[in-house]
Write a protein that binds this ligand. Structure first.
Ligand SMILES: [Zn+2]
Ligand SMILES: [Zn+2]
Length: 480
């Protein structure tokens, strides 16, 4: 199905196959072995160059249900890599349990009460100081761990590593795999804590439980209320379809959302239709107007909307009210804002031609994701070197409220592939998000992110370079 006409396009659903293989005939891809340094230099990520987001079935991943051969870090790894791996290996069963609990209790945006309670209980159990219902948001939470190292004057206060854990589901269930994101987030936090304690590294870990990614902009509200102010970096991960054992640090689109209401006047549709003002006609004209506008859109733009049906609609009554929901996406927030004005003109034209009153309510905008370049290089090196995961830089037309965070402080948001028969926002992906193979893939990324987190807290030179480059980018308008 063509991407622009796929009714299920949305958040990470848009990581669609540019060259989708027939899943019945696609050639299984063997899992990569640990890659020596000399070979690593020539290792190309399957996502570099023309993207191939072919869905990979579970049978193409780990044969005979054996873990991947790069499960353990090579012997020459820094000691904290082993601490991270050992900690997450010992927590594997507990984290799998959390993931499945959240998966089997799917909660829509702003209603993540069960996930809130499960995750905060886990963080408290593992020695974090927990704040429930954080910053006035009922299902947001914060957990903190601070470790000082008084033996080293340079490391007494340390830096702050931020982590995000998404929790919300879709009406289809956990069709975007946020159960894996939540599980991974708390796993990273506990593994970094273990490494700080074992290796006397100073630093603070702050993990936020972030509600309502699927449309509510929970992270944007937390950002506006100061939830990210103390962080020196913030990290999270997201599952997606794709070839086995790959990750991606590309950008996402910016997204503007609208609720559009047309108000008319009802009348008998046969006896006296001339007395009515047809709001449903306005909705269809708006839809047609956007369809005409599509010819002048760039291939990287996305506009998709629905008419929200009403129980009282019946063929023999002129509808007096029609509601539409629209998303407008483009590679940057400025482009998305400009495109939004053109789309709003389609709404205005429909209202004018039908005589309906128009009301437009705008959602919280999601900005485009800007993975920090310096941090991306560090994560890429860690993921490849210790876990054999090639990391690409392919952009997607999906969106995330983490984009706004990434334009405020240096961040990375790696996505990673899980075996699935369909992409995000489908029943097949919801099923895939609960499989053992998806859990294994999420755990590999969790380890890589935890190693990344420890390195960021430990490496003063790296942290200074990241801060310098980020501020320079903001001054030049790159990240602003
Ligand atoms: Zn989604
Ligand atoms: Zn998602």
């Amino acid at each position: 199905m063509d991407q622009d006409t796929d009714p299920k396009t949305g958040c990470f659903r848009a990581l669609l196959p540019t060259f989708r293989r027939n899943k019945r005939t696609s050639r299984p891809v063997a899992p990569p072995a640990y890659i020596p340094d000399d070979v690593l230099q020539s290792q190309a990520c399957p996502l570099d160059g023309p993207a191939d987001f072919a869905y990979a079935l579970e049978s193409s991943w780990w044969r005979d249900d054996k873990p991947p051969p790069y499960h353990n870090a090579p012997a020459r790894s820094p000691a904290f890599v082993h601490t991270v791996n050992d900690t997450l290996a010992s927590l594997d069963g507990e984290l799998r349990g959390i993931s499945l609990q959240i998966h089997s209790h799917p909660e829509l945006a702003w209603k993540e009460h069960y996930a809130h309670d499960v995750l905060t209980a886990f963080m408290a159990k593992h020695g974090f100081q927990v704040t429930k219902h954080y910053l006035g948001l009922d299902t947001a939470w914060r957990a903190e761990f601070f470790h000082s190292n008084e033996e080293n004057a340079h490391h007494t206060t340390g830096r702050v590593l931020g982590i995000n854990a998404e929790m919300d589901a879709l009406p289809l269930g956990h069709a975007c795999g946020h159960n894996l994101i939540a599980m991974s987030g708390v796993g990273v936090a506990v593994a970094v804590k273990a490494a700080l304690e074992a290796h006397r590294v100073a630093g603070k870990i702050v993990i936020l439980g972030t509600p309502a990614e699927e449309g509510g902009g929970g992270k944007v509200l937390l950002l506006e209320r100061g939830g990210y102010e103390e962080m020196d970096t913030c990290i999270m991960s997201h599952p997606m379809p794709g070839p086995p054992h790959i990750a991606n640090l590309g950008s996402t689109t910016a997204r503007y959302g609208f609720q559009v209401d047309f108000e008319g006047h009802s009348a008998h549709a046969a006896a006296s239709p001339w007395e009515g003002t047809n709001a449903l006609d306005a909705a269809f004209m708006a839809y047609s107007g956007v369809s005409v506008l599509r010819q002048q859109m760039k291939p990287t733009y996305r506009v998709h909307g629905i008419v929200v049906g009403r129980d009282e609609w019946t063929p023999n009554v002129i509808p007096d009210h029609a509601t539409m929901r629209w998303y407008v996406r483009a590679p940057t927030k400025d482009e998305a804002a400009a495109l939004s004005e053109k789309v709003k003109n389609c709404f205005r034209g429909a209202a004018l031609s039908t005589g309906c009153k128009l009301t437009i309510n705008e959602d919280i905008p999601y900005y485009d994701l800007q993975n920090d370049e310096t941090l991306s290089d560090v994560f890429t090196d860690i993921a490849q070197k210790y876990y054999g995961i090639p990391v690409g830089r392919t952009s997607t037309s999906a969106s995330t409220d983490f984009g706004n965070v990434s334009q405020t402080l240096p961040c990375i948001h790696p996505s990673y592939s899980i075996p699935t028969e369909q992409g995000n926002h489908t029943p097949e992906f919801a099923k895939a998000a609960a499989t053992p193979a998806a859990h294994k893939a999420a755990m590999q990324i969790t380890k890589a992110l935890a190693v990344f987190g420890v390195k960021f807290l430990q490496d003063d030179v790296l942290a200074a370079k990241v801060r310098h480059n980020f501020l320079r980018g903001q001054e030049s308008g790159v990240a602003a």
